[in-house]
Design a protein around this ligand. Sequence first.
Ligand SMILES: NC(=O)c1ccc[n+]([C@@H]2O[C@H](COP(=O)([O-])OP(=O)(O)OC[C@H]3O[C@@H](n4cnc5c(N)ncnc54)[C@H](O)[C@@H]3O)[C@@H](O)[C@H]2O)c1
Length: 277
Amino acid sequence: MKLLDDHIVLVTGGGSGLGLGVARHLLTEGAQLAVLEVDPDKVKALSEEFGDSALVLQGDVRSIGDLQDARSAIVERFGRLTSIVATQGIWDGNVPLVDIPVEQIDALFDEVYSINVKGYVLTAKVFLDLIQAERGGLVLTASQAAFAADGGGTAYTSSKGAVRSLVNQLAFELGPEIRVNAVAPTGIAKSEIRGPAALGLEQSKQSDIPADAFRFEFEWLTPLQHLPSPEEYGPLYAFLASRHNTVMTGQTLIADSGTLNRALGSMTALVRSMPDR
Ligand SMILES: NC(=O)c1ccc[n+]([C@@H]2O[C@H](COP(=O)([O-])OP(=O)(O)OC[C@H]3O[C@@H](n4cnc5c(N)ncnc54)[C@H](O)[C@@H]3O)[C@@H](O)[C@H]2O)c1
């Protein structure tokens, strides 16, 4: 028997990076899978990879119509939905507030919050009754940035803090039928997270950072000395999405390879001892 036998799970933002790795893992745990992704090229790649083993849907979590269409397709194919794993997100390029022209702040916050926060709210709302009927789970994606500065700029870090608060509120409102939790990752190998169009950074991706340099620094500075693949986050999401989780709601699990568990003194020593490359 597998963890997600008899579970229908929807992954939003499953076209690359974290969501794709988690979707692959959920399949190995026996889930019947639907994946929603906005980027048509990624939708095509998903259809080629998953074939009949997943329902691949193109849609934007900012669009109520797209979410309702996804709901109809899921009900038509599976007749029900047990849980949602929501992973979509964009970054803000970590541009300091002093460097952002004041007239771009509206557009920046609208863009980042509409995907990173409102997209999660709309998704929860559109699928609420289905998950309630299944006594399922809602698993959102926060970030270490919800707990510490410098994982992004003001828009990204505050959007991830908002996800953390959203988990608290939804868990309160939706219990006892629905358990609501989040995972807060730190580094993710193979992320393609993009920057905001509002700052002209929509073409820049985390994967543009030289992979070897990023991996070296991450592994030098983290206690677990390992940059996780997207798939390695899968078991956390799988458990939280499953009906086997009868004990946790309202929690954001920090999955940071130990990054935050270090005092300033040892961090300073570590940075000083980092070899030049
Ligand atoms: N990359 C990291 O190091 C890191 C660290 C902590 C948290 N996170 C979080 O992990 C999540 C996944 O990020 P990733 O790094 O895998 O990035 P990614 O860009 O590889 O994956 C995100 C996916 O979401 C999709 N998406 C974006 N907007 C969408 C929308 N409006 N509707 C539907 N799908 C949409 C993208 O096209 C993409 O396929 C994000 O929430 C991110 O904030 C990432």
